[in-house]
Design a protein around this ligand. Structure first.
Ligand code: NAP
Length: 368
């Protein structure tokens, strides 16, 4: 599918742009759009025994819900979190069968111990490249392969800088995740019957990124800009990272026909989770107030974290034949291949991914 924004006719270009905005809005996962609903549920999820699943930000929101789905089906779940205290609470909640409701309050139902897997905490602050390096080292010490990596953690609308001085949102959402993916490549590419998957949690908000996607000049200066523009830039970066991993380690597809599995192949998919009621917005006073006073309105707009996690779990669990074709793509609500902004489609997307990956690798080299 194409956004057709490359047309030279200005009227056609305007209509193509408008159509893209409408489609993006409809597929954002608003609960008041009744015909956009999940059509894949956890009942369809296979047994996960013997699977190793790494989740960044697994202590909250969609990351926690993802951890719960894998843990209760027998996987070995590695939670990468920046706070030991919040990680310990999450591990205890997972073991008690905690599920967050739309107000992000835990409701508990017993876990079937016979089917449950294991869950471990690995300290990882994505806003500190040294911490990411240490986390990757600890993972390699504990497991000999990674089956699914959910690059899930994120911050929205927060200003400030990471430990190494990068704007906080880009530094956390993109640079930290790029480092982690890069360091985990040997474990992701270990030969196995089913190729590994890297699921990058992006957002429909990637369409608000600045022209060209990433303002490298601003990043190089460590300059902060409008917080929501920076968020869009970071989510655009998450899609571009998924494109890079696909282009360099994913299956080769031509005219919709994808090659047979190759050794070390990774399926890399970017995902928008929906409009999800999580802690992501809770540093905005208005969001906090709305969630406490207008709960009915919240339910009209937002889904629970369990629903919000379905897109990413589906992308990790859909049959290999479908994942092979989905690799390098972007999934919007719900369980549908979506349309990325035009500067991420086709050759432009591949180039954007290469440029971003190279820039991130250069930042890591500066820290060594
Ligand atoms: N909620 C939505 O409507 C929505 C829509 C589109 C995309 N997304 C994306 O979905 C992903 C998950 O967000 P969510 O909605 O589940 O929000 P959330 O409940 O706030 O979860 C975010 C997770 O990221 C972790 N995190 C933040 N900074 C980190 C750092 N420096 N190092 C390690 N972990 C860090 C948080 O840890 P702490 O608990 O320690 O803060 C938390 O576990 C994000 O990438 C977000 O951009 C969400």
């Amino acid at each position: 599918m194409s956004t057709a924004t490359t047309t030279t006719n200005p009227v056609a270009a305007l209509f193509a742009w408008l159509w893209f905005q409408i489609l993006t809005f409809v597929h954002s996962g608003w609960m008041f759009v009744p015909w956009v609903r999940p059509h894949w549920h956890l009942e369809n999820m296979a047994d996960q025994r013997d699977r190793v699943v790494v989740i960044t930000g697994g202590n909250s929101g969609t990351g926690y819900a993802t951890a719960s789905a894998y843990y209760t089906r027998g996987a070995r779940v590695l939670l990468l979190c920046r706070s030991a205290e919040r990680a310990a609470t999450a591990v205890a909640d997972l073991k008690r069968g905690g599920v967050a409701n739309v107000l992000s309050q835990m409701e508990y139902s017993p876990v079937d111990d016979k089917h449950a897997g294991t869950v471990e905490y690995i300290p990882c602050d994505l806003g500190d490249l040294h911490s990411v390096h240490e986390a990757a080292r600890m993972i390699a010490e504990r497991v000999d392969r990674v089956d699914v990596l959910f690059a899930n953690a994120g911050v929205l609308g927060m200003s400030g800088h990471t430990k190494q001085g990068y704007p906080l949102q880009f530094g956390t959402n993109v640079l930290g995740h790029q480092r982690l993916i890069s360091l985990l490549l040997p474990l992701l590419r270990k030969p196995r019957p089913r190729p590994a998957r890297v699921i990058s949690i992006a957002s429909a908000a990637h369409i608000t990124a600045p022209p060209g996607g990433v303002d490298y000049a601003a990043l190089d200066k460590g300059a902060t800009r409008d917080a929501l523009l920076e968020y869009g830039e970071s989510k655009w970066g998450n899609v571009a990272l998924a494109k890079y991993v696909h282009a360099h380690y994913g299956p080769t597809c031509e005219d919709g026909v994808c090659s047979v599995p190759a050794p070390g192949e990774i399926f890399s998919i970017a995902v928008h989770p929906g409009i999800v009621s999580t802690n992501l917005f809770m540093h905005f006073q208005t969001a906090k107030w709305l969630s406490h006073t207008l709960t009915w309105a919240l339910k009209l707009v937002m889904s629970t974290a369990s629903i919000g996690s379905l897109n990413q779990i589906w992308a990790a669990e859909v049959a290999d034949s479908a994942a092979r074709e989905l690799s390098g793509g972007y999934v919007w609500c719900f369980q549908e291949r979506g349309i990325e902004r035009a500067d991420l489609v086709g050759a432009a997307g591949a180039q954007a991914g290469d440029k971003l990956w190279t820039w991130c690798e250069a930042q890591a080299a500066r820290q060594e």
